[in-house]
Design a protein around this ligand. Structure first.
Ligand code: PFF
Length: 456
């Protein structure tokens, strides 16, 4: 494909909403509240914000500049910028990570569809907490239903991907992101006005630094990576569709703000509601699929119509957020197959969707009938989660910062960040300093910590 006929995002807003759509997902709405709950509330948020600002944003700029400069898929980008070197493996690892994450992420994304139907058919009403637990367990270990939903979710993602960059990703992100914001705001208002919600609000606003240790710091950095879609060249692929005059630093800043805002607002939905019915928020998936329906029922027991609306809206919100993220992972792999192996875009997308459905089926079954089939003691779902989030993403981020900080031609880096000197970027030196020194050291620490070599 020549440089000129390559697709582009059509507008600045499209660029920001598509990138923010990738970043905002299940990571913000279930992982962030769970991590916050486990690490002291406001103190964790405070450190998380520091990580987003100091590490996440510079690495996002790095991914953006690699993508826009090369105007290629992730693997092709490293090949173009460092021809004939081993750097291409960083891009290939990103593509593989995208494929693997998409497979297991779609399982959870599929669950959101089941819960939309359950909420919409009012089947939460009158259930006891124990019934919520048993019905979630029965559903997630069922050999058929979750597979049906994950297939449907991947087909929805496929539908948008084959429409292309501007008519697919950009158009749908422009519709879905504002919808998501509206739903979030309505839910926040409902949640903070519940009786007893103050305790949850206090938990989010009043830092308890006595709970902060090295582990909290490292967890906050890990969350920033996952949540901002960094480390696998996802935003690098999106940046390959940016135009020459897109301001990379500003775009990274906007995406970072939107992603962080959604995570914090998700906290304001979940904690006030949970505290108001005396539930302590804990483990990720169960918080959303077991605890929350229960919270909605109890919190609005006097007004069943609100319980109904609150539940339906929440799961629609989760599905929309997950969809804008699955699109971005799908695009990483589709662009790679399309550009490197010369498949048509449609065929490339079919291969990705088909492959993810097959792998996703095994992930889903590993939570039920194939529970006993394990590798290193982990079922397929947990294994893919571990290998990607805990190994591939930190490793990818580490290499991306070293690549831009140390390997790439300084003039190219400067011209991309400052748009050929047309933008005054006073933070340019700071970004380079972080990419050269701070990010590699900090990510190495997360990586080593996650592998359990040292426990701080
Ligand atoms: N950032 C997404 C979330 O928070 O749910 C997950 C994700 C998307 C991770 C894309 C990595 C990625 F490349």
């Amino acid at each position: 494909m020549t440089k000129n006929d390559r697709a582009n995002f059509g507008s600045k807003l499209g660029v920001i909403l598509a990138s923010a759509g990738s970043a905002v997902g299940l990571g913000n709405i279930w992982r962030f509240p769970y991590e916050t709950g486990n690490h002291g509330g406001a103190a964790f948020i405070f450190i998380y914000l520091g990580c987003v600002l100091l590490l996440g944003l510079p690495i996002m700029v790095a991914e953006f500049l690699i993508g826009r400069r090369s105007r290629a898929n992730t693997a092709g980008a490293f090949e173009k910028l460092a021809p004939g070197t081993q750097w291409r493996w960083v891009g290939r690892m990103g593509v593989l990570a995208g494929f693997l994450i998409l497979s297991y992420y779609s399982v959870v994304a599929g669950w959101t569809l089941e819960y939309i139907i359950e909420a919409a058919t009012n089947s939460f009403s009158g259930k006891t907490p124990d019934e919520f637990i048993s019905s979630f367990q029965a559903f997630s270990s069922n050999p058929w239903r979750p597979i049906l939903w994950l297939t449907l979710f991947l087909l929805g993602t496929h539908f948008i991907i084959v429409k292309g960059v501007e008519k697919g990703i950009e158009k749908y992100s422009k519709i879905m992101m504002p919808v998501l914001f509206i739903i979030i705001l309505i839910l926040v208002v409902c949640s903070v006005t519940l009786p007893g919600a103050e305790q949850g609000i206090e938990f989010l606003l009043k830092p308890d630094f006595s709970k902060v240790d090295g582990n909290v710091f490292l967890s906050a950095m890990g969350q920033a990576f996952f949540s901002l879609s960094l480390g696998m060249g996802c935003l690098c692929t999106y940046a390959s569709y940016f135009s020459k005059d897109t301001n990379l630093t500003k775009t990274a800043f906007s995406v970072g703000i939107i992603d962080t805002l959604v995570a914090i607002l998700a906290g304001f939905i979940i904690f006030p509601a949970a505290f108001s019915v005396g539930i302590q928020p804990d483990a990720g998936p169960s918080l959303i699929f077991i605890t929350l329906p229960n919270v909605f029922q109890q919190a609005f027991s006097g007004v069943p119509v609100l319980a109904y609306l609150f539940s339906v809206m929440f799961y629609v919100l989760l599905a929309v957020a997950a969809l804008t993220s699955t699109i971005s992972m799908h695009e990483v792999v589709t662009a790679y197959l399309h550009e490197e192996f010369k498949f048509t875009r449609k065929r490339a997308a079919q291969i990705v969707t088909g492959g993810c459905i097959v792998l996703g089926i095994f992930c889903s079954l590993s939570l039920g009938v194939m529970k006993n089939v394990t590798v290193f003691g982990l079922g397929m779902f947990n294994l893919l989660d571990f290998v990607t989030a805990k190994i591939m993403l930190p490793l990818g981020g580490l290499f991306i910062s070293i690549f831009t900080g140390w390997y790439m031609n300084k003039k190219i880096v400067w011209s991309e960040i400052t748009n050929d000197g047309t933008l005054r970027v006073p933070v340019y030196k700071l970004i380079i300093f972080i990419l050269k020194y701070i990010a590699p050291i900090a990510i190495s620490c997360i990586f080593i910590n996650e592998l359990g070599v040292i426990k701080l």
